[in-house]
Design a protein around this ligand. Structure first.
Ligand code: GLN
Length: 537
């Protein structure tokens, strides 16, 4: 029978529950177990698709086109699990399903209530994923902090779940904080005691405490936490701050977390080191041979989580090239005001990520122009490809005022437009193109060189497309249409062969990059930046 690990968080938010859950997945996978993860988000939005990145951080997109929480991105990066739309359960989704059932009369005249109907729906959704994915262990991360009103139905559901499946089949891991109080010179355990107390009030007794700390915890502190929180001595696990997130699985392994979990779940598997992760990923992240500077030009620069997968994929591209990628974050609105982007002059590569809305657009156009005219490696992703086409139209093809209809409905040259605004493509609708689509690459392209094959599949999240009416004009001026969706005739990759490295794609390659298997475009972009650094010497 499948087993379950529930991960809750206490004391404060931002404890790294997602990284902890992903690291647990990594450690269990290394022991030969098939795992998956579910993220439960207590908010009322059905999914984060409509949320502002400043509120929520990046929206992570799965192959099957779900817009999900960014923690699922960590999970796909750390493990081999395949994340799908069912992997993210929100309060909104649960209520939506329950209300639909109520309207259909499925509850046969009963009064529909949080307990049992909402909690049953939560349990059903969790079991469905475990069954469909046919895994040994399902890790369920409960978003929010214990004590929040919103997460109560989820906590009640996991309490019932554990009661139903019994010991050895479900495990509660509570991620908590031991704040270090400088004046006292010690860690304080009281917030953890209170947080565990809150859990016990609602019938959940954590089996393992993952204690986030700045400094090492002493044996006395462990004993105290164990006694007051009612857990075994060996179940108080130190999770010290890591320099880099990819170190976390190694640190937890050193603390014996995988052995502890296997013991408590009564699973027998021989011990295995995560050698490749240690020797390749962590070693290169910590002490790489080379260094480059790459600018990311966007409008959500102030929030580190808004471009999470982009930043991670750049790290991966760095790992593949044994290079530290120093990311220079440039606010596209700042670029608009400036005559010249001084910061751009010191970088060896420029990346423009995806985005919506017209704020900062002209700054991005300036950044592309700078990269194109100065031979600086350029990587455009989604909006970054659209901007590259707008810039090329205006400054190379001489199409004055060329734009995307997203930003100027009445532009004379709609080089980027909605599908139905383009006459030769029909039946796709103005809805978002979401999830995996196939793409065929031209054998002459840098993209083909990177992937080493011509049929690829990548994830999308956008409404607007390149307007094929401009294809010939662009091609005459030297733009290579390097990748296309053959079924719908849509442009997916453009390149400038006269430039050292100028690749822009309509899809989001960052979602499929892993630390130990960098996405080929990110790998080659960083390699191009390294070459640019060499030639500049
Ligand atoms: N706003 C653009 C579109 O909808 C680009 C979207 C994106 O970059 N994800 O087409």
């Amino acid at each position: 029978m499948a087993k379950f690990i529930f991960v809750t968080g206490g004391v404060v938010s931002s404890l790294g529950k997602g990284i902890s859950a992903a690291s647990i997945g990594k450690l269990l996978e290394a022991r030969g177990l098939k795992t998956t993860i579910i993220k439960c988000d207590p908010y009322l939005n059905v999914d984060p698709g409509t949320m502002n990145p400043f509120q929520h951080g990046e929206v992570y997109v799965t192959d099957d086109g779900a817009e999900t929480d960014l923690d699922l991105g960590h999970y796909e990066r750390f493990t081999n699990a395949h994340i799908t739309k069912d992997s993210n359960i929100t309060t909104g989704k649960i209520y939506y399903n329950v209300i639909a059932k109520e309207r259909r009369g499925d509850y046969l005249g009963k009064t529909v209530q949080i307990i049992p109907h909402i909690t049953d729906e939560i349990k059903r959704s969790i079991k469905k994923v475990a069954k469909e994915k046919d895994v040994d262990v399902t890790i369920v991360e409960i978003g929010g902090t214990v004590g929040d009103i919103e997460s109560l139905p989820f906590l009640e559901a996991i309490r019932q779940f554990r009661w139903e499946v019994g010991e050895n089949y479900a495990l509660n891991i509570h991620v908590t904080l031991l704040p270090f109080i400088k004046a006292a010179g010690e860690h304080k355990t009281k917030p953890t005691q209170h947080s565990v107390g809150r859990l016990r009030e609602i019938g959940i007794s954590p089996d393992i405490l993952l204690c986030r700390t700045e400094k090492r915890i002493t044996k006395e502190q462990r004993d105290k936490i164990a006694l007051f929180c009612n857990v075994d001595h060996d179940s108080v696990v130190e999770a010290a701050d890591a320099k880099h997130i990819y170190e976390v699985p190694l640190m937890l392994k050193k603390e014996g977390l995988d052995n502890l979990i296997l013991k408590k779940l009564n699973i027998k598997k021989s011990d295995k080191d995560i050698k490749d992760w240690r020797n390749f990923v962590v070693k290169r992240v910590k002490s790489p041979a080379h260094e480059v500077k790459i600018a990311v030009v966007g409008k959500y620069i102030a929030l580190p989580d808004a471009y999470k997968s982009i930043y991670e994929a750049l790290v991966h591209g760095g790992i593949a090239n044994d290079t530290r990628v120093n990311i220079v974050k440039i606010d596209s609105e700042d670029l608009e005001k400036k005559k010249r982007g001084k910061q751009m002059e010191s970088v060896q590569g420029i990346l423009i990520p995806g985005g919506f809305g017209d704020r900062g657009i002209e700054g991005k156009v300036k950044a592309v122009q700078f990269a194109r005219e100065n031979g600086v490696p350029y990587f455009g992703i989604c909006l970054g490809m659209q901007i590259a086409c707008i810039e090329f139209a205006r400054n190379v093809c001489g199409l004055k005022g060329a734009h995307s209809t997203e930003f100027n409905k009445n532009t004379k040259h709609p080089v980027i437009a909605l599908i139905e605004e383009q006459k030769n493509v029909k039946n796709l609708g103005a809805s978002m193109r979401l999830g995996a689509y196939p793409c065929k690459l031209s054998k002459k392209s840098l993209a083909y060189q990177a992937y080493g094959k011509d049929n690829i599949s990548e994830r999308h999240r956008h409404r607007y497309e390149f307007n094929n009416a401009y294809k010939d004009q662009f091609a005459e001026q030297g733009m290579l249409f390097a990748g296309k969706n053959t079924q719908h005739g849509l442009v997916e990759v453009v390149e400038l062969p006269s430039h050292p490295w100028f690749v822009a794609c309509q899809f989001h390659p960052e979602f499929k990059s892993k630390p130990d298997n960098a996405h080929p475009l990110f790998r080659d972009f960083v390699a191009a930046a390294l070459r640019a650094k060499e030639t500049a010497k």
